[in-house]
Design a protein around this ligand. Structure first.
Ligand SMILES: C[S@@+](CC[C@H](N)C(=O)[O-])C[C@H]1O[C@@H](n2cnc3c(N)ncnc32)[C@H](O)[C@@H]1O
Ligand SMILES: [Zn+2]
Length: 266
């Protein structure tokens, strides 16, 4: 197995020996029994449990397992495959829902990185065909210019890292909320719901193509609860909002996504 990580402490190449990754300065990182590696040094940990917590992870798994986001999963994997990449990094991959579909459609070496240990544990247990690590994507544990394709799905964007990680002819594929994503739910909280705009080209990338995917779905209370809990939008929901949602029962909700493709510019 060829694994291409760099040490998060000294940026030297990490080599695989037995069940650990080691650099020439003797920094060592063991693989967990679920087969992921933790490359997040304490200095980069800004809280005890960085990233999405277990509640968010479980809610997202429960919601994604309903199949309502399958059209997005499949569209993203097809778009990535169109570029025939050999090395792909899914930055902020969560529980690997998109990562594993991307790996299924390609022969590439597929890496998934997330700062949330709960999410990576889940991903690594289920999808052994991908390489998962707990790490920060603000200082990702990979060599410069290593990725033919970078994927970012509803995850934070760190422009300098994107430019550093992409090959000179590499692509960046970003999924972000479309104009009226979840508008029916947002209307319950905000008087004035604003449309999301597409992601602008990050520094040192230029746009190649953009798709807008939209669907209306009908969701029951449990599905709505999971969908809300898996987003930061949940923090806005007060007990009275949850109660109103419960009383209303099944609801039509707009799902809307931009998939933006960029290529690395010089
Ligand atoms: C909205 S979730 C999306 C997860 C996954 N891409 C999906 O769509 O199912 C955002 C993810 O970014 C991760 N994240 C946030 N900040 C991060 C950072 N600095 N480094 C790595 N991951 C980060 C969170 O832990 C979370 O899993
Ligand atoms: Zn090192």
């Amino acid at each position: 197995m060829s694994l291409n990580y760099q040490c998060p402490l000294c940026q030297q190449t990490l080599n695989l020996t037995n069940n650990s990754l080691k650099c020439s300065n003797n920094h060592s990182f063991d693989f967990a029994k679920e087969n992921y590696v933790n490359l997040l040094p304490v200095q980069q940990k800004n809280s005890k449990q960085p990233g999405d917590n277990l509640d968010m992870v479980q809610a997202r798994r429960a919601f994604l397992s309903t199949g309502h986001y399958q059209f997005l999963q499949s569209a993203i994997a097809k778009i990535v495959q169109k570029h025939t990449p050999r090395t792909i990094i899914d930055l902020g991959c969560g529980e690997g829902f998109y990562t594993q579909e991307i790996a299924k459609l390609s022969n590439a070496n597929v890496y998934g990185v997330d700062i949330s240990k709960s999410a990576i544990k889940y991903a690594a247990k289920r999808y052994p065909q991908c390489h998962f690590s707990v790490a920060s994507i603000s200082q990702a544990p990979f060599q410069k210019g290593m990725a033919d394709a970078l994927v970012s799905i509803f995850a934070p964007l760190f422009e300098n890292e994107l430019a550093r990680l992409a090959k000179s002819d590499g692509v960046l594929i970003i999924a972000s909320p479309g104009p009226w994503h979840l508008k029916e739910l947002k209307q319950k909280i905000y008087r004035d719901v604003k449309a999301h705009t597409p992601i602008a080209a990050p520094n040192r990338f230029e746009p190649i193509e953009q798709d807008l995917l939209e669907r209306q779905v009908s969701l029951g209370f449990d599905e709505l609860k999971n969908l809300i809990t898996m987003t930061p939008f949940a923090w806005k929901f007060r007990p009275e909002h949850w109660q109103a949602l419960k009383e209303q029962g099944e609801q039509h909700v707009t799902l809307s996504f931009y998939i933006s493709q960029f290529k690395r510019s010089t």
